[in-house]
Design a protein around this ligand. Sequence first.
Ligand SMILES: Cc1cc2nc3c(=O)[nH]c(=O)nc-3n(C[C@H](O)[C@H](O)[C@H](O)COP(=O)(O)OP(=O)(O)OC[C@H]3O[C@@H](n4cnc5c(N)ncnc54)[C@H](O)[C@@H]3O)c2cc1C
Length: 472
Amino acid sequence: MNIEQPVDLVIVGSGLAAHRAALEASALGAEVLMIEKMDSIGGSTVMSGGSFAFAGTDQQRAQGIDDSEQRLRHDLLSVGGGEADTALVDLYVNEQLNEYDWLRGHGVVFSAVQLSSGQSVPRSHPCHPGVALRLLNTALSAQSNVRILTGTRAKRLRRSRSGGPIDQVMMESAGKTVTVTARHGVILATGGFSRSEELLKLFVPEILSALRAGGKGNEGDGLMMGWEHGAGFADLGFVKSTFGSYIEVDEAEPHTTLLPVYRGAIAVNLKAERFIAESRSYKTLGQAVLRQPSARAWQIFDQNIMSQSVSGVPSFDFDAAMKKGRIIQADTLSGLAALAGLDAATLQDVVDTYNADIATTGKDSRFERKALAHEYGELVPVQSAPFYGYICTASINSTYAGLCVNPSMAVLNVYGETIAGLFAAGEVVGGFHGEAYMTGSSLVKALVFGKTAARTALNATPLRVVQQEEVT
Ligand SMILES: Cc1cc2nc3c(=O)[nH]c(=O)nc-3n(C[C@H](O)[C@H](O)[C@H](O)COP(=O)(O)OP(=O)(O)OC[C@H]3O[C@@H](n4cnc5c(N)ncnc54)[C@H](O)[C@@H]3O)c2cc1C
């Protein structure tokens, strides 16, 4: 096929949002061109922890977890601090169980449901993200109406006639610049901008001291291409780094976050002092750690928490981290303090106060921590030897902010009007999360928004968005 041959839809990117959009568009009979600027597909999706936030699944029921659409909605809105777009949240809530079934229908297997950031009950459904994307890519590659090009970067979006919809993509492929016509428009699924120093400096200079993670091609190209056509932006002021990452980048290990705090660990700074309620969203913790000396913290925990290690779930696979030497161990707290270079008396005092609070009132008097994560789980004392420490910082994994969209995933201009021919899905979209973040909501958002964008672009029956009742 000649690269310049017109198609129905150009999808820019090759992560989860792009794959979901392309599979939906292909099922609707459209001719699709999916382009990826890097030499391999997958973006941040294949580097992720692979946790999907679904509510009301059979797996949750089998584990005795009482979850519901209403509870999910409540959590998304409360974690978002009242700043999330309720129409986008309702779309997610309505569609998420269909996406759970859809992924499983493609052969994706989830392991035991876990509790993580921003969840009032355990709802992280973990899978291997690389395997999941490979399954989807195999399904997509088998479609005769789909073409996938790597090493092909979208540069600019164009209109073939003045005042008409966006229907052309100027792209660079194999050293040549070509323009492809997209009869039904363009879906931007270009991910975030964690790898663009210019955009980070422009929008969130306060997190520049965090490490950089995420797909190497995630340089905000989609934001720039939409911006040229007047797209509005949402949530840029809320972009935060993620707490719990290794203190140096390890390119060989894409997922570098460990979160014993959500099993009951405390976090102390290099002065051995706690600095926040550790149950809060890891985005909020990420902001807090950047303000600590050297932007570092130790997560301090005991054997009780170590024993809850979950093999294959990166953020909670403490055994694997121990084997890699990322976690230190000592028989006593003072021994641990010596190994970590922390003041032993301060650490002992901090742990004693924390344990005494739990024994007397069940909650922490210093920062009013009441739960393990978000609103779930009773606090546990840090008292069963041996003791463990993990030094960490914050990294910019994702930038959950970007293009303004309506619940049909049409991109809106700065006045809230649709930009004809332009659609977006996944991390490039803003407005969904609000001020903080629930683990697993980004991957599910990529699915729901990707499917929606394809249906809207191809004028398929719109998805029905039902306003959910708030739980009290
Ligand atoms: C370490 C880490 C752990 C994470 N863990 C989780 C988790 O457990 N659960 C969760 O929900 N979320 C998690 N996330 C976030 C989640 O992975 C992403 O938000 C999600 O995968 C984004 O999907 P996407 O399809 O929008 O973008 P991506 O998967 O990032 O794909 C975007 C693609 O677009 C390409 N691209 C960009 N510009 C262009 C262009 N101009 N032309 C062509 N191609 C272009 C990029 O190269 C990239 O391949 C994690 C992220 C990281 C980094």
